[in-house]
Design a protein. Structure first.
Length: 603
């Protein structure tokens, strides 16, 4: 009577169960992870059948061939199962990387080395029959590649299991029992394989990993067949959450039909300076600080963030349930401030420079041509002087543009506090030394701003210089006064005694663009507008025949310095001024010319 060794039966039953599992899961081919799982199951079936039948074969050559097939089955289980875990849980992008392609070469190389092992013996050596319990078990000495191949396969199989367990558990009770089944299922064959590899136990030649696949197959059948995990796999939810909520760099908000916040991503919480628990259920306009029409398209809104006004492009989409009923809206914000400002600056700089270069250099060319023809004429000196003046005007315009760009490039997200009077006094000293006229600065010493020094200096350099140059007065005077306003703002007023800024130039600034038929006379007022916007403030012009008054409001007053200086002024008089001017955390005054380079005085 034929006696079948006891390890054979569970090994062959595991193979049969794996085949039925393959047959069932074939209907899910093409779904996330299904193809990789089928490949892993094919390797598992080969592993179980070859290991089971090998225990019945005592013919050395045939027994060697079945051992090779067992190794191939082992080799093609770990990496495909890891790939299944990646794709099933929404991480399929990893599979399409060159690194994963190199990983797949590992089982390919192991297969080649196992088949050709008699030529090099990199996998094992001293292959021999070593029966136990009536089974045709074999013994051989493992070499380096054997340990590497099995350990690598085990690590990746365990990694695939971890991915499954972590992902399905994170989605709550829907797959909790199935996740537990998948996590436990890999333990029996994995332990059996490692026990055999390291020769643990009284019968080290007996490999029970195939037999231990029986509970693995039963648990897999429960997880992947009974519960329909391929029908409701987590990849869709993970992909949606990952792309639309957690990992989206732009602020993202979800509102219900009453336009109350029901969800938002970390970027939105940081941008609007709110916390998720406190803002849920709050009206959209209250939570974000901006008015948004959720039914409109191509919206641009303005929002104040960190003391600076930012422009946000708003994209809204309807959110509908499976019955197509509207349940809310999703809102994505994109900061387009820098793009719009840079686009505006480049357009205006190009147009102004192109206009001035064309007209002024045409004048230069005309006068120089006449001068060449009339080289002995007494009017040559006058013509050349006019040509030189025009050239200087063009150079001055270019210098203004260059100085502003350099100042703008120096902006910092956390500028140090700076005494406003120091900056304005430096501007006044610089201009009084290079232009005719006087600048009277009257600003409290305790008025301190957290603002970029270079941008601040460029702003008032343009305003004061404009007042000194565009006037018919023999001794032009510009008065600069400053005081603390409401809500942490500083209000600075610049008054001159000139004829006033022409209406057409102010109209250009209000429109925000220059046209071919109407443009400003230079860059000065544009630089003022850009500087104020960068600092998060606002500017207004009041022009009359008696002069122009420019009022600038800037945020960022450092209340601690103001309050401390006022307290000291009340108690110690002039010591408050000295304290505010010598504080180490307030930038000292310095020459504007030194920091910004030369500036044209010709308009």
């Amino acid at each position: 009577m034929l006696t079948v060794p006891w390890p054979v039966v569970p090994a062959l039953l595991s193979g049969v169960g794996t085949v039925f599992l393959i047959a069932y899961l074939r209907r899910h081919r093409g779904k996330p992870g299904a193809n990789w799982l089928l490949l892993a199951l094919v390797g598992q079936a080969l592993w179980c059948f070859s290991a089971g039948f090998a225990l019945l074969v005592f013919e050395p050559s045939l027994r060697w061939g079945l051992e090779v097939l067992t190794w191939i089955g082992i080799t093609w289980t770990g990496v495909p199962f890891f790939a299944f875990g990646l794709e099933y849980t929404g991480r399929g992008n990893v599979i399409r990387t060159p690194s994963f392609g190199l990983l797949v070469l590992l089982p390919v190389l192991t297969t080649v080395l196992v088949v050709t092992n008699p030529l090099h013996e990199l996998v094992w050596q001293d292959f021999r029959l070593d029966p136990v319990f009536g089974a045709a078990t074999v013994s051989y000495e493992f070499n380096a590649w054997a340990y590497a191949a099995i350990m690598i396969g085990t690590v990746f199989a365990a990694s695939g299991t971890f991915l499954l367990f972590d992902t399905v558990v994170s989605y709550g009770p829907l797959y909790r029992s199935e996740a537990l089944a998948v996590g436990i299922s890999t333990l029996p064959p994995g332990i059996g394989l490692l026990v055999w590899l390291f020769g643990i136990g009284p019968v080290p030649q007996l490999n029970l990993s195939a037999a231990l696949f029986l509970p693995h197959v039963l648990l897999d059948a429960y997880a992947f067949v009974g519960s329909g995990m391929f029908t409701f796999n987590p990849v869709t939810r993970r992909t949606a959450d990952r792309s639309a909520i957690e990992d989206l760099e732009n602020p993202f908000v979800v509102v219900n039909t009453d336009e109350r916040v029901v969800d938002l991503n970390p970027a939105a919480a940081a941008w609007f300076d709110v916390s998720e628990p406190s803002v849920l259920g709050t009206a959209l306009d209250v939570a974000t600080g901006v008015d948004i029409d959720v039914t409109a398209t191509n919206q641009v809104v303005t929002h104040g963030a960190n003391g600076e006004r930012r422009e946000l492009a708003v994209s809204t989409s309807e959110l509908r349930d499976p019955s197509t009923e509207l349940v809310g809206h999703t809102i994505v914000f994109q900061d387009i401030t820098e793009q719009r400002r840079r686009k505006q600056r480049l357009e205006i700089l190009n147009r102004v420079l192109r206009h001035n270069l064309r007209n002024d250099l045409n004048v230069v060319d005309g006068y120089v041509g006449i001068a060449v023809e009339r080289v002995d004429d007494e009017e040559v000196a006058t013509m050349l002087e006019r040509a030189r003046t025009d050239v200087e005007s063009v150079i001055g315009t270019g210098e203004k543009a260059w100085a502003f760009e350099r100042a703008f490039d120096s902006t910092s997200p956390s500028p140090p506090p700076i005494a406003l009077r120091n900056v304005l006094s430096a501007v006044a000293d610089d201009l009084e030394g290079t232009t005719r006229g006087a600048v009277d600065v009257s600003v409290p010493a305790d008025l301190v701003l957290a603002a970029n020094r270079e941008i601040l200096a460029q702003l008032f350099l343009q305003l004061v210089e404009n007042g000194l140059e565009h006037t018919d007065a023999e001794e032009p005077t510009v008065t600069v006064t400053g005081e603390a306003g409401d809500s942490g703002t500083a209000v600075v007023t610049v008054r001159d005694d000139g004829p006033g800024i022409p209406e057409h130039e102010l109209a250009v600034l209000e429109r925000g663009e220059e046209t071919a038929l109407e443009h400003g006379s230079g860059l000065g007022l544009w630089i003022v507008t850009w500087c104020v916007a960068t600092l998060g403030g606002d500017v207004s012009f009041d022009a009359s025949d008696g002069g122009t008054t420019v009022t600038v409001r800037l945020p960022g007053v450092v209340e601690s310095n103001v309050d401390r200086s006022r307290e000291m002024a009340a108690s110690g008089g002039e010591s408050a001024v000295a304290d505010s001017e010598t504080r180490s955390d307030i930038e000292p005054a310095s020459g504007v010319g030194d920091r910004f380079g030369s500036t044209s005085r010709s308009g």
